[in-house]
Write a protein that binds this ligand. Structure first.
Ligand code: ZN
Length: 191
């Protein structure tokens, strides 16, 4: 297994919709292992394949890796996930993203979803998700469609966050895990 660098939200690859996974081969299995390792290393609870530079429809989630350990959900790998239904009820929750280092904002999203996906044996699953799990799935499926959570902020919040986001865009915010900046270079602290 290997820790892969995580792409900044300003890298063009993260703006591009991913393509479907057609077959599960050793390359995909290794990618999944590496994605879990990279996610844990960065203290994340969800990661999409395009965040590590692979533009495929694949996400990994482990909400138990979150700081408050009150969840009882096993880690999950989701191939070609599609959200089929959203509840009308929306809730606000603070989100962060490994591709948007050290930036957190409250985002409103549907509370409940129904999601269809395939596992690593290409078995189809349809399940409902609520609360944090629903939140993370919506955030990660957004990534696969080229959408960053900051695009879901209200216009006011977005204009207030402008200078912070500008710093991230310029590669001046360095997380404690390896990160690829908007031009494809590994970010380093300036000496
Ligand atoms: Zn994210």
């Amino acid at each position: 297994m290997a820790v892969l660098p995580i792409y900044s939200c300003f890298h063009p690859l993260l703006k591009k919709p991913t393509t479907e996974v057609k077959e599960i081969n050793d390359e995909i299995k290794k990618l999944v292992d590496d994605m879990f390792e990279s996610m844990y290393k960065a203290d994340g609870i969800g990661l999409a394949a395009n965040q590590v530079g692979i533009s495929k429809s694949l996400i990994v989630i482990d909400i138990n890796a979150s700081k408050d350990k009150k969840h009882d959900e096993p880690p999950v790998t989701m191939i070609n996930p599609v959200i089929e239904e959203f509840s009308e009820e929306e809730v606000e929750y603070q989100e962060g993203c490994l591709s948007v280092p050290k930036f957190y904002e409250d985002i409103e999203r549907p509370k409940l979803i129904q999601i269809k996906y395939y596992d690593l044996d290409m078995n189809e699953h349809v399940r409902e998700a609520d609360d944090l799990l629903s939140r993370v799935m919506q955030h990660e499926v957004d990534h696969l469609r080229g959408i960053i959570f900051t695009e879901r902020m209200s216009p006011i919040k977005r204009s207030l966050a402008k200078s912070k986001l500008k710093k991230i865009q310029k590669g001046l915010v360095i997380p404690n895990y390896p990160m690829i900046g908007k031009d494809g270079n590994l970010l380093k602290l300036k000496e």
